[in-house]
Design a protein around this ligand. Structure first.
Ligand SMILES: *[C@@H]1O[C@H](CO)[C@@H](O)[C@H](O)[C@H]1NC(C)=O
Ligand SMILES: *[C@@H]1O[C@H](CO)[C@@H](O)[C@H](O)[C@H]1NC(C)=O
Ligand SMILES: *[C@@H]1O[C@H](CO)[C@@H](O)[C@H](O)[C@H]1NC(C)=O
Length: 485
């Protein structure tokens, strides 16, 4: 092959790569495939890609020369060194303005670093979050591209064609922002997914242990909720899961060991929140809830010696509790997304990414795990006000939390009184109460810090002016260097 005929090049023929190639091909673009193990290329062309327009290359040189300029090359290889290796392998063969897209699960600081490096080489780098799993890759993923904005006009027709479509037909793909923004936003998406899953699990726990609903009864409730404000993919699959029977006719869910795994993106989100000092408490609690679940043997031992409340069953009006929990889950979700957007706002500001908040909500409306009707309301909020500081400042969400409030508080006190753990539901309410409090008790923290460590404090009427008080006046001589808290 000597002429440049392909619109798009893709390296890495694991399932995600293969499915994306077939998806791009379906939309009328010619794709060239490459894999380091060259036999994989032929294997793919003779099987999955048989009868399509897809072509393959047997060397990097052949691959690069098959691509029309500016070349558009997507890497779908293992995150980490493999991405850097391929970038180095490609570089000598590329020309100014060519585009490299990393569609893998890279951590955003790596994407930011590669973006800066490739910008210095005059190559347009894009880190693209891809959500929706293998099925999504094949028939419509949610795509979150960020990096060098000059690349976007070249990618837009392909990416928006292959992306999932929201119920109103809008593609679940738009430009996210600069630098490492694409992978960062994908990471926050995954963190929010942890939160949504934890909220559903907590409600399930209250229904099962507190109320005594059967799995089928719960499935009915979730199916009902899926027609209202909680309409979402995760509620939908939970409805199916609750109804699913094992071969013996019993609910399979009840046979599954209650020790959750994790791959780390939720943890990354929580770490970013800590690094940037943003109160993303619900995702943090969702990560810790998985950690607590995974020390199963220790919990089993503790369950035999630690006591809870004598009354651990809900005896009130069940229909009312169902209503309250629906409100509690909705309000907590609003808080979780508000927190996620606060984190994105802060990090975007630090890196000058110019995040496009409305389109982020739009991208999450279809194709990905957290897709929901509710994201349409978030999109509307940012459409109405591009400089919205926090979702809770939007009149719609302000009203929604106000309306949900009494059910939310009732549900949380009920769970607390009967001893059912609700880390995500309750942290959401604590955040809400803290966020709407003009004067928090942090003056006490400041006084303590100054007392034991001479860390100084500001007076309410003189912000910015740091002073120290000799609290003991008795000759106690405490230096800041002795303590650090
Ligand atoms: C090659 O394909 C295999 C799957 O067949 C995949 O696991 C691997 O990541 C690909 N590697 C590269 C570097 O293309
Ligand atoms: C948009 O949001 C900002 C920050 O939350 C606020 O100061 C401003 O008043 C809002 N603008 C409108 C038109 O509501
Ligand atoms: C605090 O006040 C006492 C008594 O006036 C004095 O002896 C001491 O040196 C002061 N300590 C500091 C850290 O200024």
């Amino acid at each position: 092959m000597s002429s440049a005929v392909a619109d798009f090049g893709l390296i890495g023929l694991a399932v995600m790569g293969q499915n994306l190639i077939l998806n791009i091909n379906d939309h009328g673009f010619k794709v060239c495939a490459f894999n380091r193990t060259v036999a994989k290329v032929d294997d793919f062309l003779e099987n999955e890609a048989k009868g399509t327009e897809v072509i393959g290359a047997h060397s990097i040189i052949e691959f690069v020369s098959s691509l029309k300029r500016p070349r558009k090359i997507m890497l779908l290889v293992k995150a980490g060194a493999a991405v850097d290796d391929f970038i180095e392998t490609l570089l000598p063969h590329l020309e100014e303005g060519d585009i490299i897209i990393d569609g893998g699960n890279s951590h955003y600081p790596d994407t930011q670093r590669r973006y800066e490096y490739l910008t210095s080489k005059k190559i347009l780098f894009v880190g693209c979050g891809v959500s929706g799993g293998e099925e999504g890759a094949r028939y419509g993923p949610s795509l979150m591209p960020g990096g060098n904005p000059e690349a976007w006009p070249h990618l837009k027709p392909i990416f928006q064609a292959i992306a999932a479509k929201a119920p109103d037909g809008a593609p679940c793909c738009d430009w996210v922002g600069e630098g490492g923004a694409g992978h960062f936003v994908k990471m926050v998406h995954n963190g929010i997914e942890y939160g949504d899953m934890q909220l559903i699990s907590e409600v399930y726990h209250i229904f099962r242990n507190g109320v005594g609903f059967t799995d089928d009864e719960q499935s009915d409730i979730f199916a009902q909720w899926n027609k209202g404000v909680l309409d979402s993919f995760l509620i939908e699959i939970s409805t199916d899961i609750l109804r699913f029977k094992d071969a013996d006719g019993q609910p399979l869910l009840e046979k599954i060991r209650d020790a959750a795994g994790q791959k780390g993106t939720g943890k990354w989100t929580a770490i970013a929140a800590l690094d940037y000092g943003m109160p993303v408490t619900l995702i943090g609690e969702a990560v810790f809830a998985r950690c607590l679940s995974s020390i199963k043997d220790e919990r089993v031992r503790a369950s035999k010696i630690l006591s809870g409340p004598t009354n651990n069953k809900y005896t009130g009006d069940k229909a009312q509790l169902v209503k309250d929990l629906e409100q509690a889950m909705y309000a907590s979700k609003i808080i979780s997304y508000a927190q996620g957007f606060i984190l994105m706002r802060e990090v975007s500001h630090q890196f000058n990414w110019n995040l496009n908040y409305g389109s982020i909500a739009l991208m999450w409306r279809g194709g990905c795990i957290i897709r929901s009707a509710f994201l349409g309301d978030i999109k509307n909020a940012f459409d109405k006000n591009k400089s919205l500081e926090c979702l809770l400042f939007d009149p719609f969400f302000q009203q929604a939390t106000t309306t949900a409030q009494s059910g939310w508080r009732n549900a949380i006190s009920t769970a607390t009184l009967i001893g059912i753990p609700i880390p995500a539901l309750s942290t959401a309410l604590s955040f809400y109460d803290g966020y709407r409090t003009a004067r928090l008790p942090a003056n006490m923290l400041q006084a303590q810090r100054d007392y034991f460590g001479a860390h100084t404090y500001e007076l309410e009427d003189k912000p910015g002016n740091f002073v120290h008080t000799n609290w003991t006046g008795r000759g106690g001589n405490v230096h800041a260097s002795n303590y650090d808290a």
